[in-house]
Design a protein around this ligand. Structure first.
Ligand SMILES: [Zn+2]
Length: 386
């Protein structure tokens, strides 16, 4: 057994080695879908986790893109067989291209707490926190109650086109899921996340001379505009729906009736009901013009994880932090991630367990060392008792 207070006190003695490790992981740059760099990073991370780890290659790369690490659970007399594992969900990729580190190296500010550099907050700090959490347990002679799996995907920042399959596979039979994404402002945990989808809507019309034979033509652009207007009305009528037409292309010239047009559309939705209504309208469109042909293709999709204020995992985490006198706020996120999948499946899920900070994806990205140490202790205490 390790008491939460003991874990926190111990975590706070590891500031220097955490900074060293954090710098190392940030310096090993990992832009999304760069198999070579991901393989180097995966090898280093697997060593740091001190666990059985599989590195799983992306079909299009030389391998080593994603990583799954395993720890045994100690079990308790109350736990029958098949009581499920605890799944930790993380990603190793960042939105920054290789070479950013030369311009913006890992730096500790004068306050001795604020760390800056590409990916410190989203989410290299989270990976360091997991390494420390496992180390804290073994140093105190403790062990996770349930078996633990950590899935680290390398394509989260581009919508997890490949990694989400890995998350889904390891979510099967999971008892609880902790997401290691950065928290909301102030360190608040996420107990719901809006879903997001990208859809390409294509229209085929009939080309014709715009002056002489206009009646023979069917304008793909006119049809697309009407479709988008009707979609906008649908989105406006639904609660918690957002629609953004990101690109429009089509046609050739002003004196030709356009025979093709297409748009790439981004959708966001907070509940499964809104998701269904919005995607249903977009994926099965009815043409306004008889001879226009519409087709819609889903480019990426993350389901809505609707917020449940009575989330039992969140209550456990809040209680653990409470033993340290720390208040842990809860909220819901406007952005989507890999835990949308587990939350939407109804598996108890909490995200935002990474260290506090701000500025994800931007030049002023920063995170807090003291928060990282607390998060590591929190993760350790949760795995020990849950
Ligand atoms: Zn992230």
């Amino acid at each position: 057994m390790a008491e939460p207070t003991e874990l926190l006190a111990l975590a706070r003695t590891f500031g220097d080695s955490v900074l060293e490790r954090w710098e190392r992981l940030v310096s090993l740059e990992t832009p999304s879908a760069d198999p070579g760099r991901a393989a180097v990073f995966g090898k280093d991370l697997a060593a740091g986790l001190a666990a059985t780890a599989d590195r799983i290659g992306h079909p299009s790369g030389p391998g080593g893109d994603h990583l799954v690490a395993y720890w045994n659970g100690r079990g308790t007399p109350d736990d029958g067989p098949g009581t499920g594992h605890t799944l930790l969900v993380a990603h190793s990729d960042t939105v920054f291209e290789a070479g950013t580190i030369a311009r913006r190296p890992f730096t500790l500010a004068k306050d001795g707490d604020t760390v800056t550099g590409p990916g410190v907050f989203d989410m290299k700090g989270s990976l360091v926190a997991v390494e420390l959490a496992m180390d804290l347990l073994s140093r105190t002679g403790a062990a996770p109650r349930r078996p633990v799996r950590l899935v680290v995907v390398n394509d989260e920042e581009i919508g997890s086109p490949d990694g989400s399959r890995l998350v889904a596979r390891h979510a099967e039979g999971a008892h609880a899921v902790l997401g290691l994404e950065p928290p909301l402002p102030g360190g608040a945990l996420k107990i719901g996340r809006r879903g997001v989808a990208r859809v390409r809507l294509s229209v085929r019309g009939v080309g014709a001379h715009a002056g002489l034979d206009a009646a023979l033509g069917v304008s793909a652009i006119d049809e697309l505009v009407d479709q988008l207007a009707s979609l906008r009305a649908t989105a406006a009528s639904l609660p918690d729906a957002a629609l953004n037409v990101g690109t429009i292309t089509g046609g050739t010239r002003a004196n030709v009736v356009a025979d093709h047009a297409e748009a790439e559309i981004g959708l966001r939705y907070a509940t499964p009901e809104t998701e269904q209504a919005l995607l249903g309208a977009l994926l099965t469109p009815t043409p306004v013009r008889e001879r226009a042909v519409l087709s819609a293709r889903t480019l990426s999709h993350r389901p809505a994880w609707a917020m449940d204020p009575a989330n039992p995992l969140a209550a456990e985490l809040v209680a653990l932090a409470g033993t340290w006198g720390l208040k842990l706020p809860l909220g819901s996120s406007g952005g989507a991630g890999d835990t949308n999948l587990t939350g939407a499946l109804g598996i108890p899920t909490v995200d935002g367990l990474g260290p506090a900070g701000a500025g994800a994806h931007g030049e002023d990205e920063h995170a807090s060392l003291s928060s990282l140490l607390e998060r590591a202790a929190l993760i350790a205490a949760f795995l020990e008792s849950h």
